[in-house]
Design a protein around this ligand. Structure first.
Ligand code: PXP
Length: 239
């Protein structure tokens, strides 16, 4: 079965809006796991707008499935990752003013830097995933720099305004996932996936894991987190 990793950043966003202690993303992660999620993802941003250092430290101690730390490749955050040792990290481009991660990493344009970060993580036993657009150039570069995983950016597929455009974007994802898989990379995907557009991506046999946040948290407000997670899991094919 393709596995589901749930991003709990939005729980922290709500907490930070009040500057108090609830809702707690650590508790949310436990509920996601109890509902059947196979992984938890958090993005520790340089500006700490949602997830805090305390969250990552507690999640490291409490997550029973797999903790994936999403992060920009900056020295401060690299040091935290090396100290906390999540089960894996996902490197993303990070801009201070963006609402969410806007595009894939330009791996081809910063091979040396990424190779060095991946080398440091490897020494610490932390596998690295690179969040990239569905583009051969970036996949080949991810392979060259020694990434273990790529996470293919599904945002343009999810945001497509027409069915034709959506089909084109889906073909790019399917082709990219196949290319990465053939190179020996492990393949994840995510961004913008929801209850209507996930099934098609999940059916690709080359994709190991989906990373989903917003849609599940948005639904959780109305139906509860446990049910929102179970409903997403029900859309994923058994493998
Ligand atoms: N993957 C990456 C690399 C992301 O940055 C995000 C957003 O935090 C997601 C997946 C999840 O996207 P969404 O919240 O749209 O499901």
């Amino acid at each position: 079965m393709v596995s589901l990793a749930i991003n709990v950043d939005h729980v922290a966003t709500l907490r930070q809006a009040r500057g108090i202690t609830e809702p707690d993303p650590v508790l949310a992660a436990g509920i996601c796991e109890l509902a059947g999620a196979q992984g938890i993802v958090v993005h520790l941003r340089e500006d700490r707008r949602h997830i805090q250092d305390r969250d990552v430290r507690l999640l490291r101690q409490t997550v029973k499935t797999k903790l994936n730390l999403e992060m920009g490749a900056t020295e401060e955050i690299i040091d935290i990752a090396l100290e906390i040792k999540p089960d894996m990290i996902t490197l993303v481009p990070e801009k201070r003013k963006e609402l969410t991660t806007e595009g894939g990493l330009n791996v081809a344009g910063q091979k040396k830097k990424l190779q060095a970060v991946i080398g440091r993580m490897r020494k610490a036993g932390i596998p690295v995933s690179l969040f990239i657009d569905p583009d051969s150039k970036q996949i080949n570069a991810a392979h060259e720099v020694g990434a273990t995983f790529v996470e293919i950016h599904t945002g343009r597929y999810c945001d497509a305004a027409t069915e034709q455009r959506r089909d084109q974007e889906f073909t790019l994802i399917a082709t990219a996932a196949e290319e990465a898989y053939e190179l020996g990379l492990r393949v994840n995907a995510g961004h913008g996936l929801n209850y209507l557009n996930t099934r098609r991506v999940a059916a690709l046999g080359t994709i190991e894991e989906l990373s989903i946040g917003h849609a599940i948290m948005a639904r959780a407000i109305f139906v509860g987190l446990d049910q929102a997670v179970r409903e997403m899991l029900a859309l994923l094919p058994a493998r």
